[in-house]
Write a protein that binds this ligand. Structure first.
Ligand SMILES: *Cc1c(COP(=O)(O)O)cnc(C)c1O
Length: 357
């Protein structure tokens, strides 16, 4: 399949990225591909970023058969690179499988992404910590109100320059351990990056905000005992020198985060012991009480690493490491940021080149 390029002369002015936050501005072009039963995935094209027209009966608007992913492009020693593009696009197909969306041919979406980034590389911001956020997504396009797996889909990749998450250095977040609401349960959609999981988390997130917390930490939906994740981030603990995180292989209601994989791979390369296993909230509290809980931090593409300063559980606040960023989290953040921009040599093969400046 060849990728058509529909050029426009009508290019946008680039914004001051330091002032635009996350996901508010979009580049000139997007990648689009369609699916129908007769042709499969077809008509791959790069076209101007523009509004799309949907019938009010569009199946996604009513029943939510949709998936997405999120990854980033950086300027890396004169090249435009995408961090772990292959892993993110493979995960999109994992999500597709869970939602019964037809598998997207890997080669065409990878080529489409790389070509789009090459065309749009001047949109990659220049300051440290800034990046070009990449949002691939797929949604059902049947126009029928009956509940069924859609026969038609659209795949789109849009790009958004984003400001540095920590413009003024790390500030540890306050997290509330959620023991009332649940995000996902085993057998459900938790392992997919799908809008439904976010819809399920909005109310609890708002309730936590209202009492001064940044995010909620989800426990498993069945026993309300085992740590799952933060909802847009995975969570990791440093306990007596060891990096412990919930295992998406064991707990199938967790998203298998790629930043979490990066953290664990880098930690192993440093010789730090890493374990992925079930960990209960009681174990975390006990480790805090006897002084073995050294650090807690989230991992995700948006913030990369997000140190946790306070955990609230059943009305009690547990302050982690005096509420300050831990040395391990800081070192990991600096290292991963170094990999993104080429200040650290990529011995892992995470960096994929899309173009040159
Ligand atoms: C995207 C996401 C994460 C983080 O995954 P990364 O691949 O590290 O960006 C964690 N949890 C949920 C629910 C997510 O949607």
């Amino acid at each position: 399949m060849s990728i058509k390029f529909v050029e426009t002369k009508n290019l946008k002015a680039k914004p001051d990225v330091s002032k635009i936050g996350f996901g508010t501005h979009f580049t000139d072009y997007m990648f689009v591909m369609d699916y129908d039963a007769a042709q499969g995935w077809h008509d791959a094209r790069i076209v101007p970023h523009e509004k799309i027209l949907l019938d009010p009966a569009n199946a996604t608007l009513h029943y939510g058969q949709a998936i997405f992913d999120g990854l980033k492009a950086y300027r890396n020693r004169g090249k435009a690179v995408v961090f772990r593009a292959t892993d993110h696009l493979k995960r999109l197909n994992v999500s597709a499988k869970i939602l019964d969306i037809p598998e997207i041919p890997f080669d065409i979406m990878h080529e489409g992404l790389m070509k789009l980034i090459d065309i749009e590389k001047d949109w990659i911001p220049t300051e440290k910590g800034q990046s070009l956020y990449i949002r691939p997504f797929v949604f059902a396009t049947d126009e029928v109100l009956g509940v069924s797996v859609s026969k038609n889909y659209k795949f789109i990749i849009i790009l958004s320059p984003v400001a540095a998450y920590y413009a003024h250095g790390f500030s540890p977040v306050k997290i509330m351990v959620e023991d009332k609401y649940v995000r996902a349960v085993r057998g459900g959609l938790g392992a997919a990056k799908t809008p439904a999981n976010y819809a399920a988390s909005l109310h609890a997130g708002l309730a936590a905000h209202e009492i001064g917390f940044d995010q909620v930490l989800w426990l498993d939906g069945v026993e309300r005992k085992y740590i799952e994740e933060v909802g847009s981030m995975n969570i990791l603990f440093k306990i007596a020198g060891e990096i412990v995180s919930p295992s998406p292989q064991i707990q199938t209601s967790i998203l298998d985060g790629i930043t979490r994989r990066t953290v664990n791979q880098v930690a192993k390369a440093w010789g730090v012991p890493v374990v992925e296993r079930r960990i209960s909230i009681d174990e975390v509290i006990a480790a805090h009480e006897d002084g073995r809980l050294e650090e807690v931090f989230g991992s995700g593409t948006a913030a990369v690493i997000s140190p946790v300063g306070v955990l609230r559980y059943k009305g009690k606040d547990y302050v982690i490491g005096d509420g300050k960023t831990g040395a391990f989290a800081q070192k990991m953040y600096d290292y991963i940021e170094g990999l993104h921009i080429g200040e650290v040599e990529d011995t892992f093969g995470f960096v994929e080149v899309a173009g040159e400046f």
